[in-house]
Design a protein. Structure first.
Length: 480
């Protein structure tokens, strides 16, 4: 039975009911029916599914660090009904009162409609105010993104009081702040729920091995299988989404600690200012030596040079900024204005002759040589206007360099591979320790040139190295 009545409503309530009228295309009766439905739905009597207090507090504690699903959030705080921060404060205090949570909420803001500064203060039982603070912060961030995005700046937990400070931000940083302060477990739980069988298997493996597991990037593992020194920066660059060179040393060291400890590569990593001490339980000396090379290569790629020494159960790396400065000076000297390949080679020879001025030559040999090799290829590339490198024009570049260095070499193309043989080398002569270092530096310069030209598409196999009893070196270059 339909009953028609004439009623009068104050402007305040007309404004509150307007979203429902618009939702039902101007049908005032339908709007009133939905309002009645919502009132019954959220009344304490309609939602009187009583729960024992300890059980309720346990549920609140177990959901800590997780965000409320958006549909649940919208049901609890309907954004269509809230037109100002003042209304939001009034609405929430009324709702929490109906739920008998025993909490009080206070909001301070610089604008009632589009605030850029806010302070939320909630008082009451600890677990309830934590949940309420997370839910309210989620609402404020979510519903400010299309206007003046609010980001969470700080959360202070006091005695039965929690204060959340928000201020103007951008969409990305605002959403990131919400996850950082109130949703640290949200992504983890969603991922585990998305693939429960996989993650249960992973957890079982870790537990059954007492956490003696190592988790590494597939490319890292592939390099290990191929008996190469893996690229240690893969995991860090994937984590930070930026090249290693753009990460300051003070930010890089904690990342090394995080990646090496959580992956299981190291048992523990200690950072003391710029010094790194990595503790491990590897028994094989060759394995420890390879791990040391990986760390040195990672730090070198970031533009930092380190000494490394190892004992039975640890690797100690000490920062050597003096070596980095010396290398930079040499490379800058090589890159003189109007330079040519000939000038580069003259400087290269002068550099080799001056290696005695650099302390701890064996330590920094890889970095020294590779930077010189890269610089030489860059100059050759500019002079000869090379747009795309091939094995053929790389061979021509090395032939020119060998002729200038009075080094006799031979090149053969065999089935897509390049066989490079040095028959006579005037750079290194047998019998002098310094010459051995110079030879090693020249070899690293070749690797640096190859790396610049072909990046990670080239594979180098050393067939033979010049030693005291031999008279030639031989390597095979493969393009993958």
């Amino acid at each position: 039975m339909n009953i028609t009545r004439h009623i009068s409503i104050d402007d305040e309530y007309v404004r509150k009911i307007r979203p429902y009228v618009e939702k039902h295309n101007g049908n005032f009766g339908a709007a009133i029916r939905e309002l009645v439905y919502q009132a019954e739905r959220y009344s304490p009597r309609a939602n009187s599914s009583a729960m024992e207090l300890s059980m309720f507090n346990w549920m609140l504690k177990e959901t800590e660090g997780m965000l409320v699903p958006e549909n649940v959030l919208d049901e609890f705080i309907d954004p269509a009904l809230i037109n100002s921060i003042g209304e939001l404060e009034e609405y929430l205090n009324r709702r929490f009162g109906e739920l008998d949570w025993g909490i009080n909420l206070f909001l301070k803001y610089d604008s009632d409609t589009f605030p850029s500064e806010m302070l939320v203060e909630i008082r009451g039982p600890t677990q309830k105010i934590k949940f309420a603070a997370g839910m309210l912060s989620q609402y404020l961030v979510k519903n400010s993104l299309d206007r003046v995005p609010l980001g969470i700046r700080s959360v202070a937990n006091l005695n039965e009081c929690i204060r959340v400070r928000l201020s103007g931000s951008n969409r990305k940083e605002a959403q990131k702040s919400l996850l950082s302060f109130f949703g640290r477990m949200d992504r983890v739980v969603k991922i585990i729920k998305g693939s429960p069988v996989f993650w249960k298997s992973v957890i079982d493996e870790y537990l059954s091995s007492d956490y003696n597991m190592v988790t590494v990037h597939r490319n890292y593992f592939e390099d290990l299988l191929a008996n190469k020194v893996p690229s240690g920066e893969i995991a860090i660059e994937a984590l930070t989404k930026k090249p290693l060179r753009e990460i300051p040393l003070e930010d890089l060291l904690p990342l090394i600690k995080k990646v090496y400890e959580t992956s299981g590569i190291a048992g523990r990593v200690e950072i003391d200012k710029e010094k790194i001490t990595l503790f491990h339980n590897y028994r094989n000396e060759a394995a420890v030596e390879k791990l040391k090379k990986i760390l040195l290569s990672l730090l070198e790629t970031s533009g930092n040079f380190y000494d490394a020494r190892s004992t039975a159960n640890m690797i100690v790396l000490t920062h050597r900024p003096d070596v980095g400065i010396k290398i930079s000076e040499i490379v800058e000297t090589l890159k003189t204005s109007n330079s040519s390949v000939d000038q580069e080679l003259v400087m290269f020879m002068a550099f080799l002759a001056g290696l005695k001025d650099i302390p701890d030559i064996p330590l920094s040999m890889m970095a020294l040589g590779r930077k010189i090799g890269t610089s030489l290829m860059q100059e050759y590339e500019k002079e000869n206007e090379i747009g795309s490198w091939t094995l053929e024009n790389f061979q021509k570049a090395l032939e020119l360099i060998d002729s200038r260095l009075h080094r006799e070499s031979e090149w053969k193309l065999e089935g897509g591979n390049l066989l490079y043989t040095i028959k006579k080398c005037n750079i290194a002569t047998a019998g002098d320790t310094l010459d051995t270092y110079i030879c090693r530096t020249a070899r690293e310069a070749f690797k640096g040139a190859l790396g610049y030209v072909f990046s990670n598409r080239a594979e180098l196999e050393v067939k033979k190295l010049l030693t005291h009893g031999d008279n030639f070196c031989e390597v095979v270059i493969r393009i993958l």
